[in-house]
Design a protein around this ligand. Structure first.
Ligand code: F6R
Length: 615
């Protein structure tokens, strides 16, 4: 978590850093800060709050010159969010300045050792400890900044993406990475540093993504030099040409990124299967999968590891893989899997799902699975992310940047990729006749149009949101393929509108949650025609007899549920295993509208951050 930005070159650093921080606010937004260096003076402004608060504070200070600058937007780990704990942090001499994304786990031991050497600390952060460790090494060893950073990092345990500069070296920034992302944008005699490429995409398309345990000394007028932190070996930068464009990372007329991303889903799903889904040829093609298809065909079982919304996509995939491809599947929270000594064999295929590709728990689960000899396949959205590099093979979702903290298009595109994989395996295993396979591919091809129609429910959903916006609790029910959608609907509501919500398999209701139902309890029920329709209708009856309010997501034209429910929201008909791609749409819209009506910060909900790069 936390976003970092840096600049060194011929332009004023201030506007680049501030705009860059605004683009990275999805990574953390409880405090922000900036340091500018004009070759003589270092000016630091920092504040609790958002980048907008920082701007106001910094602009009052009114001395914002400097061609070198670093900035930070924080998601607190060590120390509460306040002005003092905000980054950047100075060393005791006032010469070294740092920004840091990550956690230094042994900071307390280092702090005690430094305190004995008369170092003092203003903040409660691990980052201030790190910059003073670098200062101590620099003095004691008589080395330059780059070497001091390297020696210090060999003493720390934890995760970091850091940028450091030294008052004595006005043309240099030193950066290093372990576990947290760090990209360097390369312009004409200028360099940009950021947690992802969004802060510098309008200036350059050329970027280097540092690997774990790499550092770089970025010096004006010199080519970027990479080194391995452990053994000082030289690493050769792989300069990528980025395809990202500015439009993709701006709101494009929508009030919020979340709404834009909900509406982008028809395009995002299409982009995800484009070139991979070939109904005319009766084929599914996916380079990462095709090369390793034997691993899947010979798999004892598939283990899916993920967190949050991506875990919900994994649950949908469990139904798809077992139903279509007849492979046993287990879906695990990455955070539990990594710590519970799981039984994994070389015949297991592990699929790791992650929008950001940076989630620390998912990354750790992958490393564990690899150590135990499993084949690990990644499903990520962010190209070049840590998870996409750590896995043996993988397939990208092509959702485009997802900036709203609540995941929407990532979920539907993950399901799209996982469906393609299941279809391919089912075909190869002979589970499908050619005609059934063709029917499936054709229907998947129709999904973007059907999502478009599901989005037409927006006005009805807004009316429903208006009725239930002041509820304190909500229940979400679904069965089969739509049970994970119920979980996802509840998560969306909780995280952006702060209303307590629970998702349940509809039949489980009678084993406990039914006690909660009274005339104040809205119950969102996914009751589409395919699957266990009659059973869900019975569950609806049970809720009705206890006076619960029923809001049902139904297949268009449904009259039975309409006669029972307080509100119905229609979606187009499709094959049962593809329904999650449609039923999830009104639930995303519902949480969006409720959050807006409750004046919540939709794109940056409290206490959350987009990529969770800490445990
Ligand atoms: C919820 C949400 C989170 C993420 C989770 C995993 O809307 O966004 O629950 O799904 O933090 O993130 P990724 O997919 O980046 O690994």
């Amino acid at each position: 978590m936390c976003g970092i930005v840096g600049y060194i070159g011929h332009r004023d650093a201030y506007p680049i850093i501030v705009k860059g921080l605004q683009r990275l606010e999805y990574r953390g937004y409880d405090s922000a800060g900036i340091a500018l260096f004009d070759g003589e003076d270092i000016k630091i402004s920092k504040t609790k709050g958002k980048v907008e608060d920082l701007k106001q504070k910094a602009e009052v200070a009114n001395n914002l010159t400097g061609n070198l600058g670093i900035g930070h937007t924080r998601w607190a780990t060590h120390g509460v969010p306040n002005d003092v704990n905000s980054h950047p942090h100075y060393s005791n001499s006032g010469d070294l300045v740092i920004i840091h994304n990550g956690i230094i786990e042994n900071y307390d031991t280092i702090k005690k050792a430094l305190t004995k050497r008369r170092y003092t600390f203003e903040s409660d952060t691990d980052t201030e400890v790190l910059i003073n460790l670098i200062e101590e090494v620099k003095k004691k060893e008589g080395v330059k900044l780059g070497k001091a950073v390297q020696i210090a990092l060999n003493e720390v345990v934890g995760a970091y993406a850091i940028a450091v500069f030294d008052r004595q070296k006005p043309d240099e920034i030193v950066v290093a990475k372990l576990g947290s992302p760090l990209a360097v944008g390369i312009g004409e005699n200028e360099y940009f540093i950021a947690s992802d490429a969004s802060p510098f995409i309008e200036f350059t398309n050329n970027a280097v993504y540092l690997e774990d345990e790499e550092m770089a000394i970025i010096r004006l007028g010199k080519e970027i030099k990479l080194r391995k932190i452990k053994d000082d070996a030289i690493a050769y930068p792989d300069v990528l040409e980025l395809k990202l464009n500015l439009e993709e990372i701006e709101k494009g007329g929508y009030d919020h990124f979340m709404l834009k991303e909900i509406y982008e889903q028809p395009r995002a799903i299409l982009d995800t299967y484009r070139g991979r889904l070939l109904p005319d040829q009766g084929l599914v093609k996916m380079a990462g999968l095709d090369q390793h298809i034997e691993k899947f065909l010979n798999a004892n079982r598939i283990i899916i590891v993920a967190c949050g919304t991506s875990w919900h996509a994994g649950l949908v995939a469990e139904y798809i893989f077992e139903d279509l491809a007849r492979i046993p599947v287990e879906v695990e929270y990455a955070s539990e899997f990594r710590y519970r000594n799981p039984v994994i064999t070389h015949n297991d295929v592990v699929i790791a799902i992650s929008q950001s590709g940076e989630t620390a728990d998912t990354l750790a689960a992958i490393k564990l699975a690899k150590e135990r000899d499993a084949f690990v396949f990644g499903v990520c959205n962010v190209v070049g992310s840590s998870i996409s590099r750590e896995t043996h093979a993988g397939a990208y979702t092509h959702a485009g940047p997802e900036i709203g903290v609540a995941s929407t298009k990532a979920f539907t595109t993950q399901i799209t990729v996982l469906t393609l994989i299941a279809l391919k395996i089912a075909k190869e295993k002979g589970e499908f006749s050619a005609s059934k396979f063709h029917e499936f591919l054709t229907e998947l091809e129709n999904i973007p149009g059907k999502v478009e129609k599901a989005l037409d429910s927006n006005n009805i959903v807004e009316e429903v949101a208006n009725v239930y916006k002041d509820s304190s609790n909500c229940l979400y029910l679904g069965r089969g393929y739509n049970f994970p959608v119920a979980l996802e609907g509840a998560l969306k509501l909780k995280e952006i509108s702060y209303i307590h919500a629970e998702g349940y398999p509809a039949a489980e209701m009678k084993h406990g949650p039914i006690a909660l139902i009274d005339d104040q309890m809205p119950v969102f029920v996914i009751a589409t025609k395919k699957g266990h329709y009659e059973k869900v209708v019975s569950n609806i009856q049970e809720i009705k007899s206890r006076k619960g309010k029923i809001i049902a997501i139904v297949t268009e034209g449904d009259e039975t549920v309409k006669s029972l429910a307080d509100h119905v929201i229609e979606i187009p008909e499709t094959i049962e295993s593809l329904t999650p791609l449609l039923t999830t749409i009104p639930l995303q819209l519902l949480s969006y509208h409720i959050a807006v009506m409750r004046n919540c910060n939709v794109d940056q909900p409290r206490n959350l951050a987009k990529s969770v790069t800490v445990e």
